[in-house]
Design a protein around this ligand. Structure first.
Ligand code: HEM
Length: 144
């Protein structure tokens, strides 16, 4: 049961970031300023799903790992501060700033610099969370 909650929360976080990432790219490549502003608003609302999902994943992961040692558990633990730091220090403020700027119609150089940083941090978290899913599957099936 605890593993199911942990896995569901982790996969929700992964899919949410993937969705934010793809919709951002799509709207930047093909949308107008109004579409960009609309997507930024959706992303800020989506944070209400992403942040609790990540918190639940981390908390349940540490609970599942209690008493377990080994490479898989250690690697997952080591990645978690980077995932959380990336999320709270880059993705969260970037989403709030980009939403505010897009709503005000200021899609200037600063907007695109923060947008590029957000995409980079998002891609990094997709890789790190993806590795945690891979190692989770290995742990679950006794291969780590
Ligand atoms: C974003 C971060 C994380 C994601 C996406 C994630 C994802 C997953 C997934 C999908 C599984 C289940 C695999 C399956 O049922 O086949 C799993 C299992 C597991 N995870 Fe995580 N995990 C994360 C963080 C952590 C952390 C920080 C720890 C603590 C070290 C951890 C410890 C474990 C353990 C011990 C299992 C195996 C549970 C069992 O054998 O029943 N996870 N993880």
């Amino acid at each position: 049961m605890k593993t199911t909650i942990h896995a569901a929360a982790g996969i929700t976080a992964f899919v949410t970031i993937l969705l934010f990432f793809s919709v951002t790219l799509a709207v930047e490549l093909g949308g107008d300023a109004a579409a960009v502003a609309q997507v930024k608003g959706y992303i800020v609302r989506g944070l209400w799903l992403l942040i609790p999902a990540l918190m639940l994943t981390g908390a349940s992961g540490f609970a599942l790992a209690r008493g377990r040692v080994g490479g898989g558990v250690a690697a997952k633990k080591r990645r978690m501060p980077f995932i959380a730091g990336n999320g709270l220090l880059i993705l969260l403020p970037a989403a709030l700033l980009l939403d505010r700027w897009a709503a005000a119609g200021s899609l200037d150089g600063m907007f695109y610099a923060v947008q590029a940083l957000e995409l980079l941090a998002g891609a990094t978290n997709l890789v790190l969370i993806g590795l945690n899913i891979r190692d989770g599957i290995r742990l679950r099936h006794g291969r780590s």
